[in-house]
Structure formats: structure tokens, C-alpha cells
Write a protein that binds this ligand. Structure first.
Ligand SMILES: NC(=O)c1ccc[n+]([C@@H]2O[C@H](COP(=O)([O-])OP(=O)(O)OC[C@H]3O[C@@H](n4cnc5c(N)ncnc54)[C@H](O)[C@@H]3O)[C@@H](O)[C@H]2O)c1
Ligand SMILES: [Zn+2]
Length: 381
């Protein structure tokens, strides 16, 4: 992809999946090269841009200009921002739009937005004509470090989140680190919880680096692009080993079983708890439980709490939620999680920062006792 000399992403990370391999390009001001990237990967293709109104109002003109500069024919479909758009009706409208404009298999759907748009438009690309081409242009920090990488796409069902979907890999991912400047601060912090997660899973040096560079990442310098690239590399490595989550990919759920329970208790109401805040709380719980089991040290738990707090993230439910949460309520949600099979509880626990592991068949009584004690205190330590 060198025909355009000014297209020089700060980082390019390959995702190695045999014939479904692709590159993730990361750096400032990449959006204006979207047309070039599309043309290089799918010459002569038309494009259908899927976005939400927040993202499109801020950055639509840059994307559209880039396609026009490269003489790419396109149409646009803008959905309502927010999780409810990950549902049948908006999906149906996108597929209908794609078929009405007679999109062909060589044409491209561009998913231009946060994780909601990536999941929704990605799934539409997977099922339209049994698969049209897809380019992910993630615009939230969470989407750049997590949801745009790895090929999981889908929508929510009445029965639960993300229950309908497909694995569908894009042609490329273009993560413009400048577009994050318009992301609401709370959303940026929430995405940062997922960044910290990669350090906790298997990269203690990255965690230490984040302790030092947190401020610069929030400010948006070269460290922001570097942090995102390191996360993408980490996720790409895990996905390349285990594309369909039969084993190691489950490590990415660190903090998520506890976090999803809290999100469920808040009825997935983002005004109460956004996903990354749930993950922050869940990671503290995973490490506090690991510490209680004699696996992780108190010092490690203290470092995690310090970094989360300094990043403006919550570390204990009682400090963040207006209503009290009980161990019984959390256990109820945790045992409903789609990752629970035949009643046995799998958690991601840790032997320290950077040493997480998949713990199968965790004793439910011990988890419940731990939660009772943890929730009774009003701080995490
Ligand atoms: N597929 C996966 O592997 C995977 C992984 C993690 C999460 N997810 C999914 O991702 C979704 C959450 O993603 P999210 O946190 O990005 O939420 P989101 O897409 O709802 O975006 C959050 C908010 O930020 C706004 N926004 C996004 N980019 C912006 C920008 N640059 N400037 C201004 N506003 C901007 C959006 O309009 C929205 O209001 C959930 O549905 C979750 O299930 C998927
Ligand atoms: Zn997550």
C-alpha cells in the first residue's frame, strides 16, 4: 500500500489469519487516506458508509472528501447513536439499503463509528450476499483497541447481548487516533479500562509503561498511537491463535464476568455504568479475588487501583452506583452469562499483573463469599 507516498501510518499491525489476514493501520490523520486504502484493496469498488450521527457530524466530511478525492462512488446510511441500534430493525435497514443500491460482493461496507457501528455494520457485511467486503474505521478508543480487531460482529437479542452474529474479518482496519479528540471524556476513560486490561492479561511491562504515560495517552501524543498499537498487537496475537474462542481468547474476558453482572444489574443503562467502567470494577474484583485465593499480591492490587483511579475509573461499586449491589444479585447474573457452560463458573484470575489465566470450575461458594465481603466494604482495599 505504498502508491500514495503520504500514507504513512505510525503503526501497522498484521492480523495473521491465513487467507483472511489483514492489516490494522494506526496513527493520526489516517481518515483522509480512507479512499486510498479502499482503492488499493478493492479497485473499482463502490462503498456504503455506515455511521452514527455523532460520528458522522464530527468526521463524516473528512471520510467523504477522501472517497471523492479517489473518485469512489458511495452512499451513506446514518443510524441513531447507542446500543439499541444493535438490533434487527437497523440491521434490516442497512441490508435493504445495500441491496437497493445493488452492492456487489466486491463492493465495500465501511463501518465508521464506535463498537456499536462496527458490530452492526460488520454483521450486515457478513450476511449481505453471503458476504460483501468490509473496512472497519473505528472511532472510539474501545473500538480501536478491542471491537474492531478479531472479527466478532453481531446484534443484541431480546434474550441477551451479542447473541446473534458472525465471525467476519475486514479487509483492513483504519484507526485514526485524532478522531478520538471528539470522543466524550467518559467514553475515552471507559476505553482506557480495556487498554489497561491488556497489561493485566499478559504484559506487565506494558502496565508499567501505562503508569508512566497515562497522561500523554489522554492528551493524544505519539504515546496514544503507541498504546493503541500495542493493544491491537496483543489482541491480534490472541485472535490468530484462537479465532473462534475455543481457548486462549477467553483471556480477553478479564474483568468481564463481574463487569457484565454489574452492567446487567444496571439494565445496561449507560448513564449509570458504561461497559468500560464495568470492566474496571470487574478487573479489581478479579484481582481482589485472586489475592484472597493467595494467587496475586496486595501490592499488585494496589497498583491496579491506583492506575484506575488516576484514570478517572471506578474501583468499587458503592463509590459509583447509587443503589447497593449484593453478592446474590451478582451471582445470579454471573451464572446466566453465555460463557457459563453446564453451571460451571469460568473466571479469568491472575497470579499477578501480566499473569492472568483461565480458571475453570471455580467454586461458586468461594466467589459468593468473596463478593459478600468485597461489597460490604465501601472501598476496594
Ligand atoms: N466485536 C467485539 O469484539 C466487541 C468487543 C468489545 C465491545 N463490543 C461492542 O462494542 C459496543 C461498545 O462500543 P463503544 O464503546 O465504542 O460504543 P458506541 O459505539 O456506542 O460509542 C460510544 C459513544 O461515542 C460516540 N462516538 C464514537 N466515536 C466518536 C468520536 N470519535 N467522536 C464523538 N463521539 C463518538 C458514539 O456516537 C456513542 O455515542 C458494545 O455494543 C459492545 O458489545 C464488541
Ligand atoms: Zn470489553
Amino acid at each position: 500500500m505504498t502508491s500514495n507516498p503520504s500514507f504513512q501510518p505510525a503503526h501497522t499491525t498484521p492480523v495473521d489469519l491465513a487467507e483472511r489476514s489483514y492489516d490494522i493501520h494506526i496513527g493520526p490523520d489516517l481518515l483522509r487516506h480512507a479512499g486510498h486504502v479502499l482503492k488499493t484493496l478493492s479497485a473499482g469498488a463502490r462503498a456504503l458508509i455506515i455511521s452514527d450521527s455523532h460520528v458522522f457530524e464530527h468526521h463524516g466530511h473528512t471520510l467523504v472528501q477522501s472517497l471523492e478525492d479517489d473518485a469512489i462512488a458511495y452512499e451513506t446510511h446514518v443510524v441513531t447513536p447507542g446500543e439499541p441500534s444493535k438490533s434487527w430493525q437497523p440491521l434490516q435497514e442497512i441490508v435493504d439499503k445495500a441491496l437497493s443500491m445493488r452492492l456487489e460482493r466486491g463492493d465495500v461496507i465501511i463501518a465508521f463509528g464506535g463498537g456499536v457501528i462496527g458490530d452492526l455494520a460488520g454483521f450486515a457485511a457478513a450476511i449481505t450476499l453471503r458476504g460483501v467486503r468490509l473496512i472497519q474505521i473505528p472511532t472510539s478508543l474501545l473500538a480501536q483497541v478491542d471491537s474492531s480487531v478479531g472479527g466478532k460482529t453481531g446484534i443484541n437479542a431480546r434474550q441477551g447481548k451479542n447473541l446473534i452474529g458472525a465471525f467476519y474479518q475486514p479487509l483492513a482496519v483504519l484507526a485514526d487516533t485524532h478522531v478520538l479528540d471528539t470522543l466524550p471524556a467518559r467514553e475515552f476513560r471507559a476505553g482506557f479500562a480495556e487498554v489497561i486490561k491488556y497489561g493485566l492479561i499478559n504484559d506487565a511491562a506494558f502496565f508499567t509503561w501505562l503508569e508512566t504515560h497515562r497522561h500523554a495517552i489522554f492528551e493524544g501524543g505519539s504515546q496514544r498511537a503507541e498504546a493503541i498499537a500495542r493493544c491491537c498487537r496483543a489482541k491480534a496475537n490472541i485472535v490468530a491463535e484462537d479465532e473462534r474462542e475455543k481457548g486462549r481468547r477467553a483471556l480477553l474476558n478479564l474483568g468481564h464476568t463481574f463487569g457484565h453482572a454489574l452492567e446487567g444489574l444496571c439494565h445496561y443503562d449507560g448513564s449509570k455504568l458504561v461497559h468500560g467502567e464495568g470492566v474496571a470494577l470487574g478487573m479489581v474484583m478479579a484481582f481482589a479475588f485472586s489475592q484472597e485465593m493467595g494467587l496475586a499480591s496486595k501490592d499488585d492490587l494496589a497498583r491496579i487501583i491506583t492506575l484506575l483511579k488516576a484514570s478517572g475509573l471506578p474501583v468499587h461499586p458503592s463509590e459509583h452506583l447509587s443503589e447497593a449491589v449484593t453478592a446474590e444479585q451478582m451471582m445470579h447474573f454471573m451464572l446466566q452469562d453465555k460463557k457459563v457452560s453446564k453451571g460451571s463458573l469460568t473466571l479469568i484470575l491472575a497470579r499477578g499483573i501480566g499473569h492472568s489465566f483461565i480458571a475453570r470450575d471455580v467454586d461458586q461458594g468461594k466467589v459468593s463469599d468473596f463478593l459478600t465481603r468485597f461489597l460490604a466494604h465501601h472501598t476496594a482495599v
